[in-house]
Design a protein around this ligand. Structure first.
Ligand code: ADP
Ligand code: MG
Length: 388
């Protein structure tokens, strides 16, 4: 848990006054429905208790001053509210992008502000620290300016900040989960319509464990963009037969009857992942509602195989972790989670098997890769809010 006191004291030190408000926004883990959020499909993430705090105070002028305890060396960064945006590589682009996107959406963020961030989401783990920074910044800026936003609009604005101003072509899942997560529930989100439902996440005698591979391959960004293009290309070839406007709107039956249109074996694999991952996600929600955690776990395993073989976004380290988990007794399901090429595995493990799981997976991963994995026992947490 991040220390609010540390943040408040550091804020006073940097800006000479106490913050007016503090916003918290969580990271997220996706349980199933991977790479479906830009294919018109469903996702099933939950918010974490790990996240980002943003302390904030209004200013009388038009300056935005930013600091992050995670980037202390950079000191206080200062921008004009309507002036140029920070450089491409700067963390400040996330909150400044949010400010721009809020104003683009007509939110009238007109007061200058002093903001300070602190977070405890492990860097490079794919648990969406960027969305947490965006959503925390948006809540803080809205709070200072007397603006209130419902979660759909908040998530859309933060996604747009990342797409347009940061330049990352992400889907809506991360920002939505951070904004709308609910304690002890998974968030079943239709990414085409933004309709959502909470599904009680009751695991009985089991627990959710995230394992951080601590690796992040640099091709993640370029491969992500390539997958999006491949999905668009596959959809175009399938469109005359299926009349679908997104890959995830094609049922497995219709896909099987239409797949001859995909004359490229790579496009066939990409489309097959999107179609079957959507089907797995819908089935997984039914299983969860019925309390069938074993079935839910089997679907998670299937998701990993599809991401590994058809979508080809796993990597050696994630496959080592997942194989080790599958071989360990008491593991109901395990898969890579997030965009891929590094980051985390998410798994469901029987409580009385957790010690063995940690020992076996930890030592096996160290032997196979030379890296010490990190383990986090988690339960779904609430989405973003002002905390004072
Ligand atoms: P993730 O999967 O965690 O979202 P990204 O690469 O999308 O990974 O986003 C990470 C970036 O978000 C960091 O490089 C930094 O610019 C920004 N960020 C994350 N946490 C913080 C923080 N505590 N303070 C400031 N910026 C942060
Ligand atoms: Mg991110």
């Amino acid at each position: 848990m991040i220390s609010k006191e540390l943040l408040t004291n550091s804020f006073k030190e940097a800006y000479g006054a106490s913050p007016e408000l503090i916003a918290f926004a969580p990271g997220r883990v996706n349980l199933i429905g991977e790479h479906t959020d830009y294919n018109g499909g469903h996702v099933l993430p939950c918010a974490l208790s790990l996240g980002v705090l943003c302390a904030a105070k209004k200013r009388d002028d038009g300056l935005i001053r930013l600091t992050s305890l995670g980037f202390k060396d950079e000191g206080v960064l200062c921008f004009d509210i309507e002036g140029e945006l920070p450089q491409r590589s700067s963390w400040a682009l996330y909150p400044m992008g949010v400010l721009r996107a809020l104003n683009d959406a007509g939110c009238a963020i007109s007061h200058g502000a002093d903001l300070m961030f602190v977070g405890d989401i492990p860097a490079g783990s794919g648990l969406s620290s960027s969305a947490a920074v965006e959503v925390a910044a948006a809540l803080a800026l809205c709070g200072l300016n007397g603006v209130s936003l419902e979660v759909k609009k908040l998530a859309r604005i933060c996604q747009r900040a990342e797409n347009v101003y940061v330049g990352v072509n992400c889907g809506i899942m991360d920002q939505f989960a951070s904004a709308a997560g609910r304690r002890d529930n998974a968030l079943f989100l239709n990414t085409a319509t933004l309709e959502y439902e909470y599904v009680p996440f009751e695991l009985g005698s089991a627990e959710l464990i995230i394992v951080n591979s601590k690796c992040k391959h640099s091709l993640a960004g370029s491969q992500y963009n390539l997958r999006r293009q491949q999905c668009e290309a596959a959809l175009k070839l399938l469109e005359p037969k299926t009349h679908a406007d997104a890959l995830c709107h094609i049922s497995p039956e219709i896909f099987e009857a239409s797949k001859d249109a995909l004359n490229d074996p790579v496009l066939l694999k990409r489309a097959r992942h999107a179609v079957y991952e959507e089907a797995r996600t819908l089935t997984a929600v039914k299983a969860l509602r019925a309390g069938d955690i074993k079935e839910f776990g089997r679907l998670m395993n299937g998701s990993h195989v599809s991401l590994r073989d058809d979508y080809e976004v796993s990597c050696f380290e994630l496959d080592v972790l997942t194989e080790l988990a599958w071989e360990t007794s008491g593991v109901l399901g395990a898969r890579m989670t997030g965009g891929g090429f590094g980051g985390c595995m998410v798994s469901i493990v029987e409580k009385d098997g957790i010690d063995e799981f940690t020992a076996r997976v930890g030592s096996g991963y160290l032997a196979g890769t030379g890296v010490e994995a990190e383990f986090y026992r988690i339960s779904p947490a609430d989405g973003a809010s002002l905390i004072n």
